[in-house]
Write a protein that binds this ligand. Structure first.
Ligand code: SF4
Length: 458
């Protein structure tokens, strides 16, 4: 778990790691180019974003109704719905399923919710072999790491590093190309799919009016894990519900465009439950775990609840100047970047994570790029206000604010010292606060008011 001190220390280190920044710049640069092309499919992107925001806000505001509707529909086809209040409850339910069906081998596809549960570690402790089947996730699992980014889990690695990892683990050529590595993984995963007795996926959306799980992906691994004849478990946050299957017309392309710059992701699937009598493939048993894990804390916040409209496209991470400098691991949380800074304090305790809301220049780029109109920079301010009101700010911050308030309220207080005296004080007492690698700007000899009076403003 991150705290403010570790966060600042890690930021200070990683922001000056030129290799790390170069990898981010390269990958986000490619993303930016692709997104520009993807957005060209819209004749009116702003209208699409307005509509998507409206649909999601309505769904969030009526969460209970839509979730119950989803449950009623999904269970009519033999699926089972489990409501889990927190990670502990969800893991207990998963353990019961594993025991009941004697599950030993799991194929898993990318799911940030499963990261919240630290599911792979849990399964390992229960002697269940769990293999990530999304290429990026497979790479980070192999490296013993967590996903670095919600859409691009191995964004922090370049081809050379990945080839070296496969050389160390499997003896692959150190110079292996991206397509050679992909081919190798494809063959290995085929074996895993064939021998697995359980598949675990997340869900991009769950659809209330039809009781469907909506999956959108590029590699086909999620839908492949569903074609196993064994058990399938879907773990999904309660905020992922959409009212109607018709909404996917809008949300699938919007997610693809903002997530990877595609017009539409390669594989888009709707799954309505376990295999039926007249069907030839699909799981014999299917469970959907609806996970709260702090989401109702976000829901209870009048301002911040709109953050539950997030469709996890990752656009705000890629647009954020802070993320571009410090990357994903520094946050020390499952969700990172602007959306992480907004929701993590409510998911995991404002006392532990309120500092993340201050890691923002409030430039508003996150709000601008969000496809569902979440006013992220305003929510960061709301979090800051809450942290101050709850007394989670350090003592020197509070003192600094009181002094600033007194000085800024009265011109004569500000003019009490000369520019030279102010520069002297700032240099010796405040330089550290500004950061060790930056020089404080000097205070001008004459202030605006004086220049105005002397009529010397251009
Ligand atoms: S907050 Fe908006 S931009 Fe950020 S991940 Fe969620 S949907 Fe995408």
């Amino acid at each position: 778990m991150s705290n403010e001190f570790d966060f600042k220390k890690d930021c200070d280190k990683i922001a000056f790691d030129r290799g790390h920044r170069a990898k981010l710049k390269f990958n986000i640069g490619k993303y930016d180019l692709a997104v520009k092309k993807g957005k060209a499919q819209y004749s009116n992107l702003e209208l699409a974003k307005d509509r998507a925001g409206l649909i999601k806000y309505r769904a969030v505001n009526d969460l209970e109704k839509y979730l119950v509707e989803f449950e009623a529909k999904f269970t009519t086809r033999g699926g089972k719905v489990i409501w889990a209040q927190d990670a502990k409850e969800a893991l207990k339910e998963i353990e019961q399923i594993i025991r009941k069906f004697g599950i030993k081998r799991v194929v898993k596809s990318k799911s940030m919710v499963s990261e919240e549960l630290e599911l792979n570690d849990f399964l390992k402790k229960k002697s269940v072999n769990s293999v990530e089947t999304d290429l990026g996730e497979y790479i980070v699992q192999l490296a013993g790491e967590k996903p670095y980014h919600i859409i691009t889990p191995a964004m922090h690695k370049n081809r050379e590093e990945i080839a070296l990892l496969f050389n160390q683990k499997f003896g692959l050529d150190k110079e292996a190309s991206a397509s050679e590595i992909t081919q190798f993984v494809r063959e290995r995963l085929r074996e895993e799919f064939l021998s697995a007795d359980c598949g675990i996926t997340g869900a991009n959306f769950i659809v209330a009016d039809s009781g469907a799980i909506a999956l959108t992906e590029n590699e086909g691994n999620a839908i492949r894990s569903l074609s196993n004849k064994g058990v399938h478990i879907v773990i999904v946050g309660i905020e992922k519900v959409l009212p109607s299957v018709d909404d996917l017309d809008l949300f699938w392309p919007l997610l693809a465009t903002h997530g990877s710059g595609q017009e539409l992701t390669v594989y888009n699937s709707l799954v309505y439950g376990p295999r039926q009598e007249n069907e030839t493939d699909g799981p014999s048993e299917m469970f959907v775990i609806l996970l709260d894990n702090g989401r109702t804390n976000v829901l209870a916040k009048e301002e911040q609840r709109v953050a539950l409209a997030c469709i996890r496209c990752g656009a705000c991470l890629n647009g954020c100047p802070v993320y571009k400098n410090i990357g994903g691991y520094t946050y020390g949380t499952t969700y990172t970047g602007p959306i992480g800074a907004v929701i993590e304090p409510h998911l995991n305790g404002i006392e532990n994570f309120s500092h993340l809301s201050f890691a923002s220049s409030l430039c508003g780029k996150c709000t601008e790029v969000c496809p569902v109109r979440i006013p992220l920079h305003k929510l960061l301010l709301a979090n800051r206000r809450e942290a101050v009101e709850a007394g989670f700010m350090p003592g020197n911050w509070n003192t600094g604010m009181k002094v600033s308030k007194t000085l800024l309220k009265k011109r004569r207080w500000l003019d009490l010292l000369s520019a030279n005296q102010k520069n002297f004080l700032l240099k010796y007492f405040a330089a550290g606060l500004w950061g060790k690698r930056r020089e404080l700007p000097s205070i001008a000899k004459k202030n605006f008011y004086q220049l105005w009076k002397e009529n010397k403003l251009d």
